[in-house]
Design a protein around this ligand. Structure first.
Ligand code: SF4
Length: 259
């Protein structure tokens, strides 16, 4: 839930979610439409479907318990290397490194003089270095401390080298490159009528909670003055949501997936 969504927002959904799906088996046996309804409002709805598939795999292949092994976890839907290691470190207290975007940046700056504030070491090297840096005890606390350090001191754009406790042995401390303002343009998000497409995905999913609709009907529900172009755009978006597994299409009608 917390992938790309603020924790304060997640907290509300998390409690309600656990009430509705208190176990992997409860989640695995629920219809996908119920799972999507419970997720509604959190955004990036394909995460809900992957979580649903993950629960089904855990029930079928792991006797309803998450495997305590980073390699086995990465075989589950929606779990990559970072999440697998974070689970093992933070939930199971295992002695494993965790490399997120903050930790990768810190390790890069510590070990080499960076040329730009966004420079990072290759992924494989970052993981190897993170493994070598793990303290013998309390490695889970270490991983969490590094994340906080990256968020509060060794920040992406303006690292606070003046107050940094490791500045004396950091290769990039006080680097002039940190003074260069990064002008890299942000990737533009597709919009329609000035509103990001991803917001329409959530709205459409809500509209289709209880009824199947055609693209024209959905467009009319979105805009009181919807025209042919709006309907065409809506149909393309609905088809994309079908491809993502969120909806199914029956002739001209779209409805929430029932798998
Ligand atoms: S000295 Fe500066 S660049 Fe190095 S770890 Fe500390 S904050 Fe980051």
């Amino acid at each position: 839930m917390a992938q790309q969504t603020q924790v304060s927002r997640v907290a509300v959904y998390y409690r309600a979610w656990l009430k509705q799906f208190p176990s992997f088996s409860a989640l695995a046996s629920a219809p996908a439409a119920d799972v999507l309804r419970a997720w509604s409002g959190l955004g990036y709805n394909s995460r809900a479907l992957r979580f649903h598939q993950l629960a089904q795999t855990v029930v079928q292949q792991h006797r309803s318990r998450l495997p305590r092994d980073p390699e086995a976890l990465q075989q589950l839907p929606g779990i990559g290397r970072y999440t697998a290691h974070a689970l093992c470190s933070f939930a199971f207290g295992m002695h494993v490194p965790v490399v997120d975007v903050n930790i990768r940046r810190i390790i890069t700056r510590w070990t080499k003089k960076v040329g730009t504030s966004s420079e990072v070491l290759p992924e494989k090297e970052s993981w190897q270095l993170a493994e070598g840096l793990l303290p013998v005890c309390r490695s889970s606390d270490w991983n969490q401390a590094l994340m906080d350090f990256g968020a509060m001191v060794c920040t992406a754009r303006r690292p606070k080298c003046d107050v940094c406790p490791v500045a004396s042995y950091c290769r990039s401390a006080h680097s002039r490159t940190f003074l260069t303002i990064q002008t890299k343009e942000r990737k533009k998000e597709p919009v329609w009528r000035g509103i990001p497409r991803r917001l329409y995905r959530g709205k459409l999913l809500k509209l289709l909670h209880h009824h199947a609709l055609t693209a024209e009907e959905a467009a009319s529900a979105l805009w009181s003055d919807a025209g042919a172009k709006d309907a065409e755009w809506t149909e393309r978006l609905l088809d994309a949501m079908v491809r993502d597994g969120l909806l199914s299409r029956h002739g001209k009608r779209f409805r929430m997936t029932t798998v």
